[in-house]
Design a protein around this ligand. Structure first.
Ligand code: AP5
Ligand code: MG
Length: 194
């Protein structure tokens, strides 16, 4: 298995670049944000509980997202590899992911960490908020709360992978294609396409 983590603050382009990466490398895309939004759309108990936190820009509890990832790994046993988007977001989640993958005799190959200035993140998310229905893009206060959670709880997750020399820092501003080329170049250093 070849497993990647696409890492970065809200609005850094994780979802956008994931679409291109899964097509090129034939990976299964696992976005905890997308799974949570599909639970909200279904009006499940989990979704309705999560929505209260997501609308405030706060993280949902670790055990909720770890359970979702565990289910997704179990349900995709034939996957060639996984692209984790928006997960892990805390050190507890990172440690659990290592354990889940070790149980499958696998591990994370590379963490692609996209760097985007706060000004650009807010600009992108406010722009999307005008058109899309994502309630957590609706106002600047919630966007800033999401960025705050990232600095408080998520950014330090990188250290977990830096210790293992698995992090590639990627300049996340520029055109979508330029950024994709930077990601592909970093991947080519650890993964040879057959
Ligand atoms: P999640 O869905 O993961 O959202 P997020 O991290 O806040 O970030 P986004 O999905 O908004 O941004 P993105 O980085 O994917 O960028 P995108 O490509 O969309 O999480 C939502 C919530 O769910 C969390 O707040 C939390 O409550 C909960 N949650 C999820 N996972 C969790 C976890 N593991 N633990 C606990 N809670 C969890 O791009 C953004 C915009 O910019 C788009 O409009 C796009 O078109 C545009 N754009 C992209 N690239 C460019 C570019 N190069 N130039 C200009 N515009 C661009
Ligand atoms: Mg996203």
């Amino acid at each position: 298995m070849f497993n990647l983590i696409l890492f970065g603050p809200p609005g850094s382009g994780k979802g956008t670049q994931s679409e291109k990466l899964i097509a090129k490398y034939h990976l299964k895309h696992l976005s905890t944000g997308d799974i949570l939004r599909s639970e909200i759309a279904k009006k499940s108990k989990l979704g309705l509980e999560a929505k209260k936190l997501m609308d405030k820009g706060e993280l949902v509890p670790d055990e909720v997202v770890i359970g979702m990832i565990n289910d997704a790994l179990e349900n995709n046993k034939s996957a060639k590899g996984f692209l984790f988007d928006g997960f892990p977001r805390t050190e507890v989640q990172a440690a659990e992911l290592d354990k889940l993958l070790a149980g499958k005799k696998s591990s994370i190959a590379l963490v692609l960490a996209m760097n985007v200035s706060e000004k650009e993140l807010i600009k992108r998310l406010l722009k999307r908020g005008e058109a899309s229905g994502r309630s957590d893009d609706a106002n600047e206060e919630v966007i800033k709360a999401r960025i705050g959670e990232y600095h408080k709880k998520t950014q330090s997750v990188l250290k977990h992978y830096q210790k293992e020399k698995k992090v590639a820092e990627i300049e996340g501003e520029g055109s979508i294609d330029e950024i994709f080329q930077r990601l592909a170049k970093a991947i080519s250093k650890v993964y040879k396409e057959k």
